[in-house]
Design a protein around this ligand. Structure first.
Ligand code: ZN
Length: 405
């Protein structure tokens, strides 16, 4: 479908007819190559279908309507469209979204947009015009869908006003990749991913490994060191970091400076009496607090991020990660620009891409002012994916439910 990219960009200009020359199977057709079994839809498929593809016309001309100030629409090649009505923010263009094994294997794709105030509903459609569903959940109009078919894909988001009239469209390219390895041999999967590691053992850590080089092209180091971090991590978590590396690479990052990964101790904060336990130490009595997720080698604290040109982003720098009112991925992100917006987007995409189960940012509490805590829980695969905030009480100090930190 690569030959269609240029033509598709015209969609946001409302010149929908160009698409028909790109192998689309027909306006409005529910093609057999569709995706009949979504994970979840935020409304009935095709509910907004009265304004189907064939009727698209030049309705995106509503682009003259202000509302998305600063949003660089994908149609902006010639700068002809100002203030796009709708822009897809998830998935990001070029994303590689890998399926998880199952019957059939599926890749969970999280769609989300920024939209002008006049937008009341957004319908998502595949490249075959199959409707994935309609979302009316403002402001991001999110919708999750399980993709069964692999390959280069694209989807469009169509904005409608409260009366069902189309206001505009945006498209996004991405790739659905098959599961890495079936059979559940984690070490074999690391081999397939090209990760250099040695097996080791660590208290509480299942299939512990020491990583000896970059993971997916990204080096996870300690602090400002350029060497791979020495912490033992669970094999499963290396796969998580590999998926995170794909996101980091998309966003231009090549190195991560962590504040550590492994520490066998109780929840929540590290202290003189709640320090990391070695194999020879007595089992800590964690009571109702439970253990920190760092105990299982399935968590990491991220402080620094380096771009390919050497620029360093520091989450502990209040001018880099700017705390603001509202949840990290809801209210607070809307107030961000520049480096801070990049950091917010990274944390929020790591959740919406279902990479980490829990992400805590400086908006969570004082204990997280200087890092992103990211984990996948004690065992198995996470059942929820969330970036947590305790807003509006920013930076109020230790909090009793900061478990996992
Ligand atoms: Zn942590």
């Amino acid at each position: 479908m690569s030959g269609c990219v240029g033509a598709r960009r015209f969609w946001a200009w409302g010149l929908g007819l160009l698409l028909l020359g790109c192998g689309a199977s027909g306006a409005g057709e529910r093609d057999s190559d569709g995706e009949p079994s979504g994970v979840s839809g935020a409304g009935g498929a095709g509910a907004a279908g009265a304004a189907g593809m064939g009727a698209s016309g030049a309705t995106a001309g509503a682009g003259g309507e202000a509302g998305l100030g600063g949003a660089s629409g994908s149609a902006g090649a010639a700068g002809a469209v100002q203030g796009a009505v709708i822009e897809i923010t998830s998935p990001v263009s070029g994303a590689v979204l890998r399926q998880v094994p199952g019957s059939p294997p599926k890749a969970a794709v999280h769609f989300e947009v920024v939209a002008a105030p006049a937008v009341a509903a957004v319908e998502y459609r595949t490249e075959t015009a199959y409707s994935l569903g309609v979302s009316r959940l403002t402001p991001g109009f999110p919708l999750d869908f399980g993709y069964e078919y692999v390959g280069e894909r694209w989807a469009e988001a169509i904005a409608f006003d409260a009366n069902g009239a189309e206001l505009g469209r945006d498209t996004v390219d991405f790739t659905i990749a098959p599961p890495l390895v079936t059979g559940g041999d984690c070490y074999a999967e690391l081999d397939a991913l090209g990760v250099s590691y040695t097996r080791t053992s660590a208290r509480g850590v299942e299939q512990a490994v020491h990583v000896k080089g970059p993971i997916g092209g990204v080096t996870f180091s300690s602090g400002t060191s350029t060497n791979p971090m020495g912490d033992p991590v669970a094999c499963e978590f290396v796969k998580t970091l590999h998926a995170f590396a794909a996101l980091l690479t998309e966003r231009g990052f090549v190195r991560v400076g962590t504040l550590g990964s492994y520490c066998y101790r109780c929840c929540c904060a590290w202290s003189e009496t709640n320090q990391c336990r070695s194999l020879s130490d007595a089992e800590p009595n964690c009571g109702s607090s439970g253990y920190s997720n760092h105990s299982w080698g399935r968590a990491v604290d991220v402080r620094y991020l380096w771009k390919a040109n050497g620029t360093r982003y520091d989450i502990n720098d209040p001018s880099h990660f700017v705390m603001a009112s509202g949840g990290t991925c809801t209210g607070a992100i809307g107030a961000q620009t520049g480096i801070s917006l990049e950091l917010y987007q990274l944390a929020c995409l790591a959740s919406s891409r279902r990479i980490f189960g829990t992400t805590l940012t400086p908006n969570y509490n004082a204990a997280h002012r200087n890092h992103f805590h990211m984990d996948i829980g004690r065992s198995g695969t996470p059942s929820s994916f969330i970036t947590r905030s305790l807003m509006p009480e920013v930076d109020v100090g230790e909090h009793p439910d900061s478990c996992g930190e």
